[in-house]
Ligand binder design. Sequence first.
Ligand code: GLU
Ligand code: ZN
Length: 501
Amino acid sequence: MANTELDPTVRVRFCPSPTGNPHVGLVRTALFNWAFARHHGGKLVFRIEDTDAARDSEDSYHQLLEAMRWLGFDWDEGPEVGGPHEPYRQSQRMDIYADVATKLLVAGKAYHCYCSTVELDARREAARAAGKASGYDGHCRDLTTDQVEVYRQEGREPIVRFRMPDHTIAFDDLVRGKLSFEPENVPDYGIVRANGAPLYTLVNPVDDALMGITHVLRGEDLLSSTPRQIALYAALAEIGVGDGSTPRFGHLPYVMGEGNKKLSKRDPQASLNLYRERGFLPEGLLNYLALLGWSLSEDQDRFSMEEFVAAFDIAKVNANPARFDLKKCESINGDHLRLLDPAEFVRRLVPYLQAPGLLPAEPTAEQLDLLAKVAPLTQERMVVLSEIVNMAGFLFVDPADFTVDPEDAAKVLTADARPVLAASIQALTELADFTPEPIQAALREALVEGLGIKPKFAFTPLRVAVTGRRVSPPLFESMELLGRAETLRRLTAALELTPQA
Ligand code: GLU
Ligand code: ZN
């Protein structure tokens, strides 16, 4: 698909705060920004909003970077790649924010607010009781020098509050269309704490202005901060911070989780690490996340990132909340798994066998060969890579550690299974050629014809005995890969497990 909408002036940003583990909501935001930048041939700025020392952590910062790399995103400016607006970690830009705050104060765009929390709460309660707007009431907007002196004498430490204009703020949201906010609903707000620490409300728009961001694509939860930021932009333009333009905003729909509740970052279902551990492919997970608010076409759910980038249009994002459907996510991932060529599929499986110790850090050529043989038998049957552990673990486990799933054993390795196991042991011991076809023929003859058991019932005990569970790769191939000696040993061990009738 040709990219017909090149606009290299596009500059978007992905600017997470490094708190906790990366979550899927964050990934969806990164994805849409990345796709928007790549679609237009513009730039993606990766900025770390780590001004909240109490909540931010270095560990979380490294996780973010690692997650972005794993997902396959590239960025044009930011950590590790640098750029003209360095540094890209807000914790290293504190002098910039202090300077801007001072300029805003000097220009009268912001003011010191001396109200204590107790006073603010009391006035808010009173306003609420009187049925009035309960945001900040403008108490400190125009304090006289005498009043300020009194507050200082009392030892009060002021915060810096931004002075909102008293007119309607309207903008055309790229996703939601025209929106407008009345001044009584957007009161003056704090931009610097009493201890001098700048807040998100200041640093985010200041950096967007300084870094020349043209489009802000972010979650709907941030919609209420947009009128404030638009007003701040106008003030920044007046004091000469940035180039004077205001970005276009596009608010991405909420993602709803279980029980139709907003998927929160604390939701275990939202943790990116969980998806990595379960063995989602980055391309599968991203394909699914792209569908949260967007679609390629009615009849095509699976697509590559190239297709997504080529087709992505922010104007086509749906404003309605999107539902996170794990089953759908898995099924799309399964589709991507099946697209992998055999060697690549094997390469991706290795870490999932290493995690539980079924493969060593440096697998031998023999082990890789065995994996290459069993992998095609599983590729059609999995939705996530970690399923390889249950499906093919029986081939890699140390024979001394091999156990049968207790539940499956209880159900299947009953007294009825004894003759089946005994006849199979005999048939397979005598078999000349231990390959799938002859194995199947010999077992059919012994069990279906010999004992008169239906194939469905005949082979289940064998499957459980040999692979440890009822769900496994095809039985006869599994036996071949395991080898005759070990197959017989496991059948014998299972026979010993079964109760005498
Ligand atoms: N650091 C903010 C957050 O993670 C960024 C919000 C924005 O995109 O403006 O919520
Ligand atoms: Zn005040």
